[in-house]
Design a protein around this ligand. Structure first.
Ligand code: IMP
Ligand code: MG
Length: 183
């Protein structure tokens, strides 16, 4: 499969960063870690819309956890290529999750503000446990000290698109991951 050398979206130039093969390999590794940790348990997957739906769809199918439900929540903090600093809940949870072992599935942890806010909200509903799986983690951008439990890729603080991640709604459909070109 041919990968574009660069793509231009909204006047910004992006370069190839992670191929679909690299992504598949690390998603498989994280799925195995989750399968091992939750053997004999009854986890409940919670996918954070919109960006994480592509990762979640590959991840849950690779775990072999055939009885685990999946549901969706939505929070919003980003505009363009940077965080607004405030996190808004856009879609909440309707299921009763008390006593459940929750695995949040997120596309990327940047400042950690969204992750911290979601976990605070979920704890109000008395789950048995809450763990956090993310495709991408930018530790150098952290403003919270939040550390995810499962990470496919730890990356420097670059703006990323593709495989579910967007620039103002664009590029989610791209099968490979691209990073913004530093000028
Ligand atoms: P945080 O609250 O700053 O950790 O940011 C979390 C959210 O910001 C993620 O769920 C993404 O929706 C968005 N985000 C952060 N970094 C990027 C990026 O590099 N590309 C696309 N979206 C991003
Ligand atoms: Mg997101």
């Amino acid at each position: 499969m041919q990968i574009e050398k660069q793509v231009i979206i909204d006047g910004l130039t992006f370069e190839p960063y992670l191929t679909r093969e690299q992504i598949a390999r690390e998603v498989e590794r994280v799925a195995k870690e989750i399968a091992r940790d939750y053997e004999g348990k009854d986890p409940y997957f919670l996918c954070v819309l919109t960006g994480a739906f592509v990762f979640a769809s590959d991840l849950i199918r690779a775990t072999g956890l055939n009885e685990a439900p999946i549901s969706f929540i939505r929070y919003k903090s980003y505009e363009g290529t940077s965080t607004t600093g405030s996190v808004k809940k856009v879609i909440g949870l309707t299921d009763d999750i008390s006593g459940r072992d929750i695995i949040i599935i997120e596309d990327i942890v940047d400042t950690g503000l969204t992750a911290r806010r979601m976990i605070e909200d979920l704890r109000q509903q008395n789950p048995a446990s809450v763990k956090f799986a993310t495709l991408l983690y930018k530790p150098e951008s952290s403003q919270t000290g939040f550390t995810p439990d499962y990470v496919a890729f730890t990356i420097p603080p670059k703006f990323i698109i593709g495989y579910g991640l967007d620039l103002d709604g664009k590029a989610r459909t791209m099968p490979d991951i691209y990073a913004i070109k530093e000028s």
